[in-house]
Design a protein around this ligand. Structure first.
Ligand SMILES: *Cc1c(COP(=O)(O)O)cnc(C)c1O
Length: 473
């Protein structure tokens, strides 16, 4: 079978999968064993025979899709991974065929130009100065950034940049033993991993005080700094959440930024999930003060429908990131002889996918207005879900949502919440996650799905109430 026919047949199957998923005509997930899946997809036979194409390919794709998790299913409310816009998904194919790994400009001028454009777009949303496309210097220095394979790597890169600015000798000699990062106990685990990777160790994390919603208490920051100093630590960066992973609550950036600027501390805003609220006129005040930060992580593959994955690491002053991975930073732009920009200078990664293309094609399909409406819709849905669940007898919400994440539990212990989650997943009609918050287990929904409506959440709640009644007698 020629490739064009294989491609057309595969596309048909993919669209069928999306249709079935959207119509809830298949389970949102099923988790067969690894051994079963290897057997069903006939991985060994295909490996030995080769020639995957035609009817063989069609059968393989069918089995692959049949057992895949159906993110387009309205019951998918589990994780922060987007339900991708299909035009954005086409970028995966374009990227796969062109294979323009674009860390150096000559390997992918179009995808590098798109990365440059997308970073500038993000910088503009934050309120930072975009970089001139001709590479001319600006006064004051313009912002900068790089796209990475995920917010975790963006966080690592941001804190490496912060460490290098504070202790430039660390590149040569290793991190001084007294460096520390101030972070909320609600921080994403990539922050604690970063502390160990940068050589600060877990002892190099200064935990900040938070309110009952897990939002940093700005008034307690001076005392936290004093405690750090008393332990012989020198905090060089503070990580604020916008918003937090478990419950989607925003830290108050403005007073935190004031504290950081008073003490020469780099403010990193981890907006992997919630920076997309910048697109919403009614919600962007949650991010008030974000432009005062030194760096921001912003994932396009969460609240902006971009297919996995595309994370932006943005900095207010491009020089901070140009010096992260080399001491004698050659400028991002080539000299006059050679055209283009080399994002490899700003990145830990060497070979890199054309991440910007996925996001750009999503952005191009929805437009800024479309994304703005989408963010509002999903956050409004979370607010309605909160009203619904908190008024249902036997249910309790962790906190009123500020984003599209909602945590709740039913009367009963932690084990009951987990048994209920397992039963729901087994049923295949809904898919939700669970998290620890304030020392207890909560069921958690992340409303990223344009197909999910309030009645899908109502049916989840009904199902949970039924299961609880069955489990508790
Ligand atoms: C999701 C998330 C991350 C991790 O981002 P990935 O793209 O999954 O690596 C980091 N921080 C926060 C606050 C997040 O919500």
């Amino acid at each position: 079978m020629p490739f064009d026919q294989d491609a057309a047949a595969t596309l048909d199957q993919l669209l069928g999968y999306v249709e079935l998923s959207r119509a809830s005509a298949r389970p949102v997930l099923r988790q067969d064993s690894v051994a079963d899946l290897i057997a069903r997809m006939e991985l060994q036979r295909h490996t030995s025979d080769g020639g995957l194409g035609g009817a063989e390919l069609a059968r393989f794709v069918e089995r692959y899709l049949e057992c895949s998790t159906a993110l387009h299913h309205p019951g998918y409310m589990a994780h922060q991974v987007s339900v991708p816009n299909l035009t954005g998904s086409l970028a995966g194919l374009m990227d796969g065929v062109t294979n323009n790994a674009m860390s150096v400009y000559e390997m992918g001028p179009t995808s590098a130009a798109i990365e440059f454009f997308v970073i500038n777009w993000m910088l503009g949303q934050i309120g930072w100065q975009p970089a001139p496309a001709d590479g001319s210097p600006t006064d004051p220095p313009c912002g900068g950034g790089v796209l990475t394979h995920g917010g975790s790597l963006a966080n690592l890169t941001a804190l490496a940049a912060a460490r290098n600015r504070f202790a430039p000798e660390a590149w040569e000699n290793g991190s001084p033993g007294d460096l520390a990062i101030m972070a909320s106990p609600m921080s994403h685990y990539s922050i604690s991993r970063t502390a160990s990777i940068l050589g600060l160790g877990q002892q190099g994390i200064v935990k900040l005080d938070v309110d009952e919603r897990g939002s940093i208490l700005p008034d307690c920051l001076p005392a936290a700094l004093d405690r750090a100093h008393a332990r012989g630590k020198r905090p060089f960066a503070l990580v604020a959440n916008a918003c937090s992973t478990p419950v989607g609550i925003y830290d108050r950036l403005e007073p935190i930024a004031r504290f950081c600027s008073d003490h020469g501390i780099w403010l990193h805003v981890d907006g992997a999930h919630g920076a997309s609220a910048l697109l919403s006129p009614s919600r962007r005040q949650l991010l008030q003060g974000i432009h005062l930060a030194d760096s921001v992580t912003w994932d396009a593959h969460k609240l902006m429908q971009c297919p996995v994955l595309c994370a932006g690491l943005l900095v207010r002053n491009h020089r901070d990131i140009d010096r992260t991975f080399q001491q004698d930073a050659s400028y991002l732009f080539h000299d006059q002889e050679q055209p283009g920009v080399d994002f490899g200078e700003r990145s830990f990664e060497c070979t890199k996918a054309g991440l910007g293309l996925r996001f750009f094609m999503t952005l191009g399909a929805l437009g800024e207005t479309g994304i703005s409406r989408f963010v509002d819709r999903q956050c409004d849905l979370a607010a309605s879900a909160y009203d619904l669940i908190s008024s249902t007898p036997g249910f309790e919400c962790a906190t009123r949502p500020e984003s599209n994440i909602l945590c709740f539990r039913v009367q009963g212990d932690d084990a009951l919440q987990m048994r209920i989650r397992a039963a729901i997943l087994g049923g295949g009609s809904h898919y939700l996650s669970a998290t620890l918050f304030r020392g207890r287990r909560w069921l958690r929904i992340v409303l990223l799905n344009p197909a999910t409506e309030l009645h899908h959440i109502q049916s989840l709640v009904d199902r949970i109430a039924e299961l609880r009644a069955g489990m508790c007698g």
